[in-house]
Design a binder for this molecule. Structure first.
Ligand SMILES: [Zn+2]
Length: 93
């Protein structure tokens, strides 16, 4: 496994590569990353306090990814895998 590359703007992660995502301005949660088994993850947020930020995590920066055939399924405030419906990301609103 290659090293994790993190580019986080105006936010922070509770753990190294997943778990709760926080707004850096008000320290409230903006989302929850369920898994740490991704190759690439990108999450843009606008917090209720007005802060705008971005999480970009990648284990494979040398690869280029193609858009999946299906978008992630939305179930309330969860984004789920289109193949097996497992929850991937929770976002706060
Ligand atoms: Zn905030």
């Amino acid at each position: 496994m290659t090293n994790l590359i993190k580019q986080i703007t105006n936010g922070r992660l509770l753990k190294n590569n997943g778990s709760w995502m926080y707004c850096s301005q008000c320290d409230k949660t903006v989302g929850y990353l369920c898994y740490s088994t991704y190759l690439q993850f990108e999450f843009n947020f606008k917090c209720n306090c007005g802060n705008v930020g971005n999480f970009q995590l990648s284990y494979a920066p040398e690869k280029t990814f193609v858009q999946g055939a299906a978008d992630l399924k939305q179930n309330k405030n969860r984004l789920c895998c289109p193949n097996d419906d497992s929850s991937l990301i929770f976002y706060c609103r």
